[in-house]
Design a protein around this ligand. Structure first.
Ligand code: HEC
Length: 95
């Protein structure tokens, strides 16, 4: 009986350790912003990694993409979507 309790306690501790690991090592994490990025970049190309540009550059890159959207006759991102995408990319960009 005591041994069983130890095994259960050990598996709870192991489980707890496991769940404290990051979900993934990828530069992207699942979030509403990531969904927007997927939806709004895949029209034309694979969404870039946040590390592709620095914090200072992302605003201008995404702004340029708005112009590409206009040229293709796609609706531009709303101000809210634009800000979400830019802040998502900046937070994960190379510093
Ligand atoms: C309407 C089409 C279109 C959409 C939508 C689009 N892109 Fe682009 N993207 C382009 C084109 C065309 C190029 C190549 C010319 C250029 O760099 O401006 C490009 C190139 C890029 C590049 C590589 C050039 C560089 O400056 O590093 C990045 C990064 C990029 N896009 C980011 C994004 C992100 C982030 C989104 C989504 C928010 C997005 N794009 C959505 C058309 C698009």
């Amino acid at each position: 009986m005591f041994k069983n309790c130890l095994i259960i306690a050990a598996s709870i501790i192991l489980f707890a350790c496991d769940s404290s690991e990051p979900a993934s090592n990828s530069a992207h994490t699942e979030s509403p912003e990531k969904t927007i990025l997927d939806e709004h970049c895949r029209h034309c190309h694979v969404p870039p990694l946040p590390s592709a540009h620095s914090v200072d550059e992302w605003y201008n890159v995404v702004y340029r993409m708005q112009k590409h959207r206009l040229k293709r006759g796609l609706q531009t991102l709303t101000d809210e979507e634009f800000d979400l995408v830019v802040s998502y990319l900046k937070q994960r960009a190379e510093k």
